[in-house]
Design a protein around this ligand. Structure first.
Ligand SMILES: Nc1nc2c(c(=O)[nH]1)N[C@H]1C(S)=C(S)[C@@H](COP(=O)(O)O)O[C@H]1N2
Ligand SMILES: [Mo]
Length: 168
């Protein structure tokens, strides 16, 4: 019985279509008091924003997309970054390392997305062009970027890091 069900499942799709593996997971780690694992449906729990972005790709030219999703800043604040929230200067040493499942990486500074500093309305998109990203995983969206390279798709890890003492 279970064998024939498995065979039927294989016939209509790939292993990635099985219930256990459909939801891509995003790991929030680093200097956080509440590290988390989030799926795209989890990201619907924050207020949703929309962005129409046009960016240039070095290889495929001008691209245009519509994204929806929560602000990266709101999601990360809820994970409890390890700075003193009332001391603005304390936030300036934090960086945000974003990784795609394919190994594409980019760094943002905390100040870049902080409403007291750069105020960039960076999203963790849950839809692209009205298509849900539940299986692919969320996409980083930077409406301020001219180039497309930081619009990382299939984001599977975000690390917040404020400790540079080991660099000295
Ligand atoms: N995970 C991942 N995301 C990525 C890339 C990549 O190599 N891996 N390339 C980036 C680059 S260089 C561009 S221009 C855009 C292109 O997005 P589009 O083809 O969906 O318009 O995706 C970005 N996101
Ligand atoms: Mo690109």
């Amino acid at each position: 019985m279970s064998q024939s069900l498995a065979a039927a499942g294989t016939a209509v799709g790939t292993a990635a279509d099985t219930a256990a593996s459909t939801a891509a997971e995003l790991v929030l780690a680093g200097d956080l008091t509440r590290p988390a694992r989030l799926t795209v449906p989890d990201l619907l729990g924050w207020p949703q924003h929309q962005a129409e972005v046009t960016f240039e790709c070095a290889t495929s030219g001008v691209r245009r997309h519509r994204f929806t999703g929560p602000l990266l800043h709101e999601v990360l604040v809820d994970a409890g970054p390890g700075f003193d929230p009332v001391r603005r200067k304390d936030r300036l040493r934090f960086l945000i390392a974003v990784s795609g499942a394919d190994g594409h990486h980019a760094l943002l500074s905390w100040a870049e997305i902080d409403p007291d500093f750069g105020r960039a309305p960076v999203l963790l998109a849950v839809t692209i062009d009205d298509t849900p990203l539940d299986r692919a995983g969320p996409q980083l969206v930077l409406p301020q970027d001219r180039c497309g390279a930081r619009h990382i798709s299939g984001v599977n890890a975000i690390r917040v890091d404020g400790d540079y003492t080991s660099w000295a």
